[in-house]
Design a protein around this ligand. Structure first.
Ligand SMILES: *Cc1c(COP(=O)(O)O)cnc(C)c1O
Length: 378
């Protein structure tokens, strides 16, 4: 990685541990289909997917066809569920790529059916049932009609039914999730009345996978927990208390020092002169900025780790550059390795800490790390 200004390291051992935790939670018969959308939550789509499949995941979930295509091109043979929208013109490719598709529009069924009839190829679809998230999905009162539309096309097979929780991470009771679960059951009954009993029934995200066995059905779709992060503090506390489970974060984000210099007391640092040195200050210049995903909201707030010590960010985070204070790290040297996220001995910066400092959720931190930054499995 010597020639890179910045790179991300992903721990194979951590990913493996987290998948093993899912296996313990769901038992051996439930399909584990981790979410690898958003560049595997910033961990790197291809290598992370290969690693979690080796570690015992059965399927993967992506958001879009381009992700499924990239995985197939990289030789991934495992089932891939596309849980976002596929435009009509791309439906043939989705079939040819051997994916499982979420469906909720009649127009998509018609476009898919025209292709499968003509090509005499089978398509596998999972019906997204609207249970209360009011995102993608078919309302219960139109579900029968939707199923009957699909049944007009002999090559389209309904292999799954799915839904997604709106309020399972943040709510201290499971009330809304239970309401959605009841609606999901109703949807499954409607399918049954139409003669459809799909083998793949799924609704569990990370929170549900780890905490609520009654949401597992035949398949689970954990996302953030795959990477060793909790969907919320509430879920972390409950799962730790009830099951003693500890997740292991997989990601470290690193860079190198680009310059070191001593500046006098009373100097301003960076755009807007938002930081004034109180004493003679040793600054390290880091070749990383908000373009790379180092949030501008971290200006004057976060810190990097250099030689196992904290180096606070001084002034505003720039587009490609960030300044940190190494006055207390006299041993710091040009091109020293710097940890932006992760831990080295005692000092560290977790994704959760950074999210709090940037006033956002942990999901946003790794998914915003610029996609073209190299990801290395270690
Ligand atoms: C992102 C996503 C998940 C995973 O959610 P986490 O909270 O990261 O576990 C599961 N299902 C759907 C439909 C999603 O979009």
């Amino acid at each position: 990685m010597k020639s890179e200004l910045t790179w991300v390291e992903v721990s194979r051992a951590a990913l493996k541990k987290n998948i093993q935790i899912f296996r313990k939670s769901v038992g051996k018969n439930v399909i584990i289909a981790p979410s690898v959308k958003a560049n595997a939550y910033g961990h790197g789509l291809i290598e992370t997917t290969k690693t979690i499949l080796q570690a015992g995941a059965d399927w993967v979930c992506v958001n879009a066809l381009f992700e499924a295509g990239a995985l197939r091109n990289a030789g991934v043979r495992a089932p891939i569920y596309i849980k976002g929208y596929v435009p009509h013109k791309d439906l043939p490719e989705a079939v040819d790529r051997d994916t499982d598709l979420v469906v909720y529009n009649k127009e998509s069924i018609q476009a898919l059916g025209r292709y499968t009839n003509k090509a005499k190829k089978n398509a596998r679809v999972h019906i997204k049932i609207e249970t209360g998230n009011n995102r993608q999905g078919v309302l219960l009162d139109t579900l029968k009609d939707f199923v009957q539309t699909i049944q007009k096309y002999p090559y389209i097979e309904i292999t799954g039914a799915a839904t997604h929780f709106a309020d399972i991470e943040d709510s201290p009771d499971q009330k809304y999730a239970n309401y959605q679960l009841e609606n999901f059951q109703k949807g499954i009954e409607i399918l049954k009345a139409c003669g459809v009993e799909p083998p793949y029934l799924h609704c569990a995200n990370s929170a549900a996978t780890l905490l609520y066995p009654n949401t597992h059905f035949t398949m689970v779709r954990p996302g953030i927990a795959t990477y060793g992060l909790w969907p919320s503090e509430l879920i972390a506390r409950r799962v730790q208390k009830k099951f003693g489970i500890q997740l292991t974060p997989a990601l470290s984000w690193k860079t190198r020092i680009a310059q070191i210099k001593d500046i006098p007391a009373g100097s301003y640092v960076g755009y807007g002169c938002t930081y004034k040195t109180k004493r003679r200050t040793r600054l390290a210049i880091l070749p990383v900025g908000y373009y790379d995903g180092y949030d501008r909201g971290l200006s004057n707030k976060s810190w990097a780790i250099i030689r196992d010590k904290k180096a606070p960010v001084r002034g505003r985070v720039c587009m490609n550059i960030t300044m940190v204070d190494v006055s207390n790290i006299p041993e710091a040297r040009l091109e020293d390795e710097v940890i932006l996220l992760g831990r080295d001995g005692k000092a560290g910066m977790s994704i959760d800490e950074m999210a709090a400092l940037a006033d956002t959720i942990n999901y946003e931190i790794p998914t915003r790390i610029r996609e073209s930054i190299p990801r290395v499995i270690v």
